[in-house]
Design a protein around this ligand. Structure first.
Ligand code: AMP
Length: 283
């Protein structure tokens, strides 16, 4: 497994891979890997001859009051896990290698990032789309895997790829969960045992929304109410938002006639967690 730390060397390597007629699957991550990340890498392995993963905690997607400084990092352990997949190339630059002094160009999907997390984390998605655009130009992949766990991020990147004619395929991947339903996340490492127990109400709330939908509810507010009842009953959990919106545009809807995504963000102690589920009415 080759470890590359500069954009120039990565571009050189990607050019050589492409010249040899091989396809590149790319999995961007912020490291502190778990089974969710590995499922994306294995899908890359199935689709392409060469798998490239990046480990980069991107400073421009964190607000000054957020957890950039204490975001969990474990590069050696991550490498062990990636060797098992196996991943062929790890691109792991330092922030200075990614952002030259005087950098001032941003990529922003303006509408899809307005609601949900975008409304609570100003500048976050602009940081995400900018770094992903840069990574696409550096790694030059044919496929890039993104988890549905970060649903709005996935939609923003799909929008960017379409709007800017990036010549690659985005492969959405289902959320990988712990046996008890908790969506895997690097930030779960912040949770104490007691907080982890409380964090289970996010997936339980989505399950309540699913039951409501399965029972025939087609008013998005009914799904939100069912999810909200579960979260509100959990002590020391602060709801940031619960919404049921169109799963493509992420816009509010009056009735569920097309697939709907129920998305939740909540704070458990100092940790901000997100989760979501998509429900599709029969055609
Ligand atoms: P991160 O390291 O959190 O930036 O995530 C890197 C990629 O892994 C993103 O495409 C995430 O959506 C995806 N991902 C994170 N957690 C999960 C999960 N539990 N299941 C599937 N994909 C995930």
């Amino acid at each position: 497994m080759k470890i590359i730390t500069t954009p120039a060397e990565m571009q050189c390597r990607s050019d050589a891979i492409r010249r040899s007629g091989k396809r590149i699957a790319f999995i961007p991550t912020m490291g502190f890997l778990h089974e969710g990340h590995l499922s994306l890498m294995r899908e890359g392995r199935r689709r392409a001859e060469v798998v490239v993963a990046s480990i980069f905690v991107n400073p421009t997607q964190f607000a000054p009051n957020e957890d950039f400084g204490r975001y969990p990092r474990a590069f050696e352990r991550d490498c062990e896990m990636m060797r098992e997949v196996p991943v062929d190339v790890v691109f792991a630059p330092q922030p200075e290698a990614m952002y030259a002094e005087g950098a001032q160009t941003w990529v922003e999907a303006t509408e899809i990032t307005q609601g949900l997390c975008g409304a609570h984390r100003p500048g976050h998605f602009r940081g995400v789309t900018t770094v992903v655009a840069k990574l696409f130009n550096i790694v030059k992949p044919h496929y890039a895997m993104f988890g549905e766990k970060d649903f709005q991020q996935l939609r923003a990147i799909q929008r960017m790829v379409k709007d800017l004619d990036f010549d690659l395929e985005i492969v959405p991947m289902p959320t990988v969960r712990e046996a008890d339903g908790l969506a895997m996340s690097s930030r779960n490492a912040y949770l104490s045992a007691e907080e982890r127990r409380r964090a289970l109400s996010l997936s339980a709330a989505l399950e309540a929304a699913r039951r409501e939908f399965a029972a025939g509810a087609r008013d998005p507010r009914a799904l939100v109410r069912a999810a909200c009842a579960v979260l509100s009953a959990t002590s020391e959990l602060r709801i940031e938002y619960i919404e049921a919106v169109d799963s493509e545009s992420l816009k509010r809807i009056e009735r569920i006639e097309l697939p709907v995504v129920v998305a939740i963000a909540a704070h458990v102690g100092k940790t901000r967690l997100i989760d979501n589920a998509v429900f599709a009415p029969a055609a």
